[in-house]
Design a protein around this ligand. Sequence first.
Ligand code: GAP
Length: 602
Amino acid sequence: MTRVPAGGVSPRPTSFTRATQAKGSAGGADVPTRIDMAKFAKFCKDMGFIYQSSEIYGGINGFWDYGPLGVELKRNIKEAWWQDMVRNPPPGPAGQEIRMVGLDCSIIMNPKVWVASGHVGGFSDPMMDCSKCRKRFRADKVWQIAYFDHAENVPGLVAVLEDTATLKEQGAADPYKDALKYVKDMQPKILVSVEADNQADAASSHTLSSTLKKGFKGEPRQVVFPASKKLQDRQPYCPSCGDGLLSEPRAFNLMFESHAGAVQSEENKVYLRPETAQGIFVNYRNVLDSTRLKLPFGIAQTGKAFRNEINPRNFTFRSREFEQMEIEFFCHPSESRTWYEYWRNLRKQWYSTLGIKSDNLVPREQGPEELAHYSVGTTDIEYLFPFSDEPQELEGVAHRGAFDLTAHAKASGMNEKFMYFDEERWNADAAGRTTNSFKEWMKSNPPAADVEKYQFTPHVIEPSAGADRFTLAVLCEAYTEDKVPDAKGNEETRVVMKFHPRLAPIKAAIFPLVNKDGMPERATELYRALKPHFNVFYDDKGAVGRRYRRQDEAGTPFCITIDGQTAVDDTVTVRDRDTLKQERVKVGDVRAVIEKALAPGV
Ligand code: GAP
């Protein structure tokens, strides 16, 4: 009998929530909202969710391995995505069926792909180097904090500096620059640099010691601005050593390079793909030809992507090797806004159906200054990860216009083969024309807008999600500490991973109450009956209360116990992880109970 290690044998992790919300519903639960990520990573390791890659050799920054529970969780996430988006997407905005097919492309492609896509020329981050410790930082992640003496000479304008959002709303082209010029002649008493994802996190990460505070007459006024914007032409300090100065931002390409073949020459240079999307674009014509799909339709792909991130951080949030779940949805330009809105709403809803609380999920429409030049709109679906006070990107839903297909059509010489002729629309309008030949009709020099009705380069809506990032969000969201009665009726703290049953690594655990009286035989029989359908776990070790706790920590939604009553009436107890309620269920109905909980919700 195979026994999947639930990892529950490791010592119970000590509490590491940073704060808790008010009492929740299930079992008087305290719902954790903030988590210490270092301790959370340790919990994930102890439980077998996520390990540091090659840990016995000191690990490698930005690379992670999934353990026995983690691999099941991530697989369930990818399978839920594939099932709900590719095989069974909900109807479109007008109630129409969504046509979606999948691809599985190679990680290494012809390097010309990355030239045409713009990645060779432009897939870079602006980096700043420290003159002393030589560390390298992403320019947009380094913040300067200037402390002015409020009592001395800081006029109200300094307060404006703190409120760049208002300046933005008021139409300032560059709020930081505009604000900084007002303090040109004011000397900050202290100027430091910190590394953080955003201004709010930077502000909260640095506080002055009480000794330093004594140097101020009044309460120090803290002003936070990006290091790329210089105050009084002063170079920013290094946030790591605090001693060196940071260089001007310089572009650093994020693609990993390798060589295909024996010779390590420039001609043999190849790249590990930094996104799965380009494999879809370059196969667009192949898919059209082999499937005879009609617009609108989507092509989906999941797979590894690699980015030589300068500063991998926040556990798996920003890694150098990660998996994406991407859709390129092709449509007529005139319908692209409707489809953009459809995908934006659907993708947010998808996360909610998998148990992400809507309070923690924030769609953020990018402002015009953030948008790529070809894009009509991009919405980042953001999640309030516990490591930040600001929501962070989980997925981007981008309107990419005709940018990618046009670029590949031109660079590859496919040209008009990448255009789409809408035969259905052409035939539907036949009544108003003298000819049914598009070629003949073109000779009459019709206006461009009329031609575009029938022949055009499709526009693309791209919902691009990270499988690892969502796995991390699911882990953070699921982690709960609550109070439950122990065997003697005393309250004890329980760690429970409240995964949505569809995502839970183990769906049900089967326990014989005691290892005698025919209970192990009946339990084994049930285990074997369920095993072909779900990932189930057999546990006959220790007190049943202890077995429950182990499964709670693994996030198993159901624990099924075979007891003395089973021999009498062929029933078992089914215990619900969240409500702790136990129901007696006929052995023959157990499978249906589990199946019901696993039904997709989109
Ligand atoms: N084709 C579009 C594209 O790749 P992106 O915003 O760069 O867009 C899409 O990436 C998603 O991939 C992100 O929303 C995130 O979930 C995931 N992702 C990107 N970089 C990542 C990294 N370094 N580590 C983990 N996930 C990452």
